[in-house]
Design a protein around this ligand. Structure first.
Ligand SMILES: [Zn+2]
Length: 73
């Protein structure tokens, strides 16, 4: 729902990297007209310094549902 501040496995701070990842993904979506491919997502995470696969899965597997849930509160 909300991205955890730290990686569950190694403890690296990833909360701020998720915001940058989403911004870059939106930029790619706007420029190319399609969702970022796996290769493009990988390149974004490399540029953010996310090298460990535990941190990368935190970014990739997060489902941002807050905007959908907040209408029911
Ligand atoms: Zn990690």
């Amino acid at each position: 729902m909300i991205i955890p501040v730290r990686c569950f496995s190694c403890g690296k701070v990833i909360g701020s990297d998720y915001v940058k990842f989403v911004e870059e993904s939106k930029k790619i979506r706007k420029d190319t007209g399609h969702d970022p491919t796996g290769e493009e997502k990988s390149r974004i995470m490399d540029s953010l310094g996310l090298e460990r696969y535990c941190c990368r899965r935190m970014i990739l597997s997060n489902a941002d549902l807050m905007d959908e849930i907040i209408s029911y509160s």
